[in-house]
Write a protein that binds this ligand. Sequence first.
Ligand SMILES: [Fe+2]
Length: 469
Amino acid sequence: MARPLPDHPQLTGNFAPLRMECDAPDLIVHGELPRELCGSYYRNGPDPQYAPRGQHHWFAGDGMIHAFHFRDGRVAYRNRWVRTPKWDWEHEAGEALFAPFDPASSDPRVAGRDSTLANTNIVWHGNRLLALEEAHAPYEVDPETLESKGYWTFDDRLEGPMTAHPKLDPETGQMLFFGYMAAGPFTPDIAWHEVAADGTLTRSETFQAPFPSMVHDFVTTREHLIFPIFPLSGSLERAMQGRPPFAWEPDLGSHIGIMRRDGSARDMRWFEHDPCYVFHPMNAWAEGDKVIADVMKFEQAPLFPNPDGSPGDPAKSQARLTRWTFDLAANSSAVSEEALDDFAGEFPRFDERRAGLAYRHGWFACTPPGTRGSLGAFTAIAHIDHATGSRKVHRLDPGDGASEPLFVPRSEQAPEGDGFLLALVFRAATLRSELLVFDALNIDREPLARVELPHRVPYGFHGNWRPAG
Ligand SMILES: [Fe+2]
């Protein structure tokens, strides 16, 4: 018998887990789905199988994949948990055994056991569908059945963890990624890796960050790898004392390492910046000796406490789209900064055929002034046109919530931004979810289609597209 979930903001409303697996072979569509939309949209997010042990964190739920398969104007849906070792052990026990963000509360029977959640992102590369979570190797999932196949370690060439945010090079088909705490928990070691288009891991290199911290994402240009290290420090000593394993320590400052892809981490150039936090960059590119990165910048890390366990400042826990410029030719290690947009937002995406290159269009989930959203449950979706500086917004009804949107090009050859924006939204009036399909450059108009789900999909993290083969 599964115990009731505790009263926790990230276990209630549409943050509450679905705790159910189902198939809906032909979803109801309002309007017309574009025929060009042919492929699969996968999303990943936390869906705790059981009531958590100890202190719960939004990031601590078991990964659940939601798949939408589009073909000929129809869409089929399927969801499955990722059957990790943790999921299997807990399923057998009928209760939670691990407390991923409160290790002291884990059941002693699982001390030292594999705790992967595989709950953060899902990426199609090298003919494999990989469920990702930054503290472990990828977990492979069947693209049709969503059956879990087990860890994928690139023919045993990957020894450490893999970020949930690899970057795909649109020109070479390569996948670039890193893993932090690569030499073990709470170490400052970072490994980065290059994977060929066919999925073969071809290069790995390690370097040391200034201090151990949570390194959620990175960004690449055609020529560079950019590793941002923020003062959300990780400390084994704190964890062993029952204090926060990850905490906001602004005095450590922000450090952004830039290296050439055709060079080595030994030549990493470190830039220094004010304390801040970025979960997600939008894109980056190079112009001569300058590297430019657009990021969703928080004044301080949200969702994590101070070292003494006291909560952070909610007013500073909102991100805004910000442009950073790094001058590799300058004698200074300073970063120049420009605000690009004044909405609080997160989950930036763009036309990823422009990944690492100068680009024009971006989209993100946001909370316009005067609306009540939260990190994870946004009240609107925005499109920003960097060429004109203009912004278009699709606002939801009060109580509704949006997660990360996804851009899908109309065709491989279509101009940048010509395509569709997919946005999974929660409807408070029906307590169910809808998948909205917009003309990506006109999200302020009515969606082209609304795909009606017979249930709600909990607010999740990230998703990606796999074009039909
Ligand atoms: Fe993320």
